[in-house]
Ligand binder design. Sequence first.
Ligand code: ADP
Length: 485
Amino acid sequence: MTRLSIGWRLTLWYLAIFALGQFAFGAGMWLVLRHHLVSLVDKNLQDQAADVRSFLAAQKKNADVPKFQEEVAETYAEEHAGEYLAIYASNGGPVYVSDFLRKNSFAPPVSASGSGPPSKDLYEDREVGERHLRFLQSSINTHGLTFLIATGAPMKEVRETLRALQNYLLLLAPLVLMISAIGGHWLSHRALAPVDALTRTARNISGHNLSNRLEKLDTGDELQRLSDTLNDMLDRIEKVFLRITQFTADASHELRTPISLMRTEAEVALRRARDSHAYREALQHILNETERTSVLIEDLLALARADSGSESLKLQPVELGELLRDCVQGWQTHAVRAGHELAFHSDDAGQVWVVADESALRRVLAILLDNAVKYTPPTGHIDVTLEVTLDDRERRAVVSVSDSGIGISAEEQSKVFERFYRVDKSRGRAAGGAGLGLAIARWIVERHGGSITIESAPDNGSKFSVQIPAVPRSVLPAPEGIVQT
Ligand code: ADP
């Protein structure tokens, strides 16, 4: 079953609440008017009772019941006010009962038939001779005698007025409800119109036109916040999308070069018969190229895994001094062969512990040392240093790799961490890499809660510093306690 649209649901809610309000208002109005009209009738009855009371009081002293009967009959029978009047003696005997009441066998008030006069005034609605009447029963003490009087008034006008109001409300209700339903639907439609516009635009945005944005609303309400939030989200998606597209294009370009080199090498070798030395040389070139391509593919995979968040680190306590000494030793032969001096310095006599993925840290070191060797002319020197700094009460291990190489200009320094960025694009591929090393190094360092910075000047060497949080040995878990993130 399809759900009703928000517009229709709002209209129905609006209608239901309005109908309920209208009913409460109508019923309230009817009750107030009824109360008011009945009060007027009651006031009239009280005046009539007071009249009778003063009439009885005005009678001669020592008058007996028959005398009273005579006087009342004379006075009230003529007047209209006496049409619904009945007076009884305390023993229940009628003193005066108007013609109308007598003809319609008006039943005397309860207390008039023996159970004593009512202590206070009593109001009662009764139907007598098909007329709706309201009676006031009251007892009167005069000249030592107790009388019980019942005086009535017609309720016809009160009932007619109330019925007229009732009909008016019942007739008006559907009309008002219809108008309110139309108004409610129009209002909700108007309020939700921007949502339809947003939906239409959002539906048309795809990978081909990711730069399109939802209409900017200036309503200052939730809808404006919604469109702004969606536009911000589109900004972020577009950036990621462009990065991925760029990455794919760059990766394809980088992979095409070694493959065409290998192909050319093989084609040239096969073009005519050669001696085994020439074939061996060609195969060696192809092998070198495949090794470089494998490294490139490894790097691309590492970045792709980093982007998808599937690359996990095996965190464990690592002593940096020992790790650096080991790395430097491993690179010694390579550095010397390239004509450089490679040394390790540590200010801290004690151990410097970090919680890290050891192989990832070795990779960062390898990237920095490889660059230092690549971008330093022969007879240069490369230094690896380890220090501990205290920043905002946080101990940080700082590993620096400095060289006396070609350096990097200030404007290039921020770009060298971008993927596929190389300062000197004309350098032979054998001399430089694909421009992925520093991007991988930065990702690894940041995953360890650290940062990587450069100090460099053209022809004056470069210093790459990696900072990661250091931890006191005492708070470290046992070395075998491996943490996965
Ligand atoms: P590559 O594999 O090309 O070395 P990187 O991402 O490691 O890629 O480095 C990006 C660029 O930064 C390099 O192409 C190089 O131009 C520059 N660079 C990196 N390290 C150094 C350094 N120690 N001295 C001078 N330039 C450097």
